[in-house]
Design a protein around this ligand. Structure first.
Ligand code: HEC
Length: 233
């Protein structure tokens, strides 16, 4: 083998290396697949709700105050028949499978005379500090076992907003002195207030912008409406 042949072989070898490496580099560049920061699929079900300002309230559970504003106690009386399998609702009525529900609104949890509550319900009552507020009732009746872990109430729950609102409106009437209804929109107002604050700097700017600014979750967007102000002045 003379040096010429050695040179050819070396050149061929180096050339091959060069080609292999360049192909590798180029294909890496072409098909770059950066490793995900978090392994697995990110399931971001909540995202759309945050993105669209208008969509946000719809995605959340409706506050009971709003639902009660349009609730019908008479319809609720019919739904209460389901509860009557286990509950009476008269003043001084008997405890059945469950305690009597007379005057239940704002009644302390697990405090009805002569009823042996489950350990789960007693825990939830925090020694009588917790009351059956409209909110608590709404969540409890929605899914009893989810809201009060270990409750003995063997009832699947009323998943429909209207059903719960109607039956709660009826429960409210089971009293000598029905408690005032909660203020509708009280909790809903807090959010638009924030959005409005972010939107203010944009006065005079396109009215579409403040709608975006109203998405309270994103301060970055809220800041954006500031820009159009300068050209506007
Ligand atoms: C299958 C029987 C059953 C049905 C149906 C039922 N409940 Fe109950 N409920 C119970 C039992 C039992 C308890 C006591 C739970 C415990 O101690 O954990 C209870 C407790 C309650 C309490 C708490 C009372 C207190 O003094 O703290 C409320 C409020 C209540 N039920 C409302 C309802 C409403 C409203 C319905 C109908 C939509 C309903 N229940 C349907 C069995 C039932």
């Amino acid at each position: 083998m003379d040096s010429n042949e050695v040179n050819k072989l070396l050149a061929g070898f180096l050339g091959t290396c060069f080609v292999v490496f360049s192909v590798g580099i180029v294909s890496d560049g072409l098909f770059a697949s950066p490793a995900p920061e978090k392994p697995g699929f990110a399931i971001e079900a909540a995202e759309p709700a945050e993105g669209g300002g208008a969509a946000a309230p719809a995605a959340e559970a409706k506050p009971i105050a709003d639902l009660l504003a349009t609730a019908n106690a008479e319809t609720g009386a019919a739904i209460f028949k389901k509860c009557q399998a286990c509950h009476s609702g008269e003043k001084g009525g008997p405890n059945k499978v469950g305690p009597d529900l007379w005057d239940i609104i704002d009644r302390p949890v697990a405090e009805h005379e002569g009823f042996a509550y489950s350990a789960g319900m007693k825990d939830f009552s925090k020694g009588g500090a917790e009351k059956w507020t409209y909110d608590n009732l709404n969540h409890f009746i929605n899914a009893p076992k989810k809201f009060v872990k270990g409750t003995a109430m063997g009832f699947a729950g009323l998943p429909k907003d209207e059903d719960r609102a109607n039956v709660i409106a009826y429960l409210r009437t089971l009293s000598d002195n029905p408690k005032p209804l909660p203020q509708p929109g009280a909790s809903a107002e807090a959010k638009p207030a924030e959005g409005a604050a972010a939107a203010k700097p944009a006065t005079g700017a396109a009215p579409a912008k403040p709608a975006e600014g109203a998405a309270p979750a994103k301060p970055a967007e809220g800041a954006a409406p500031a820009k159009p102000v300068a050209p506007a002045q």
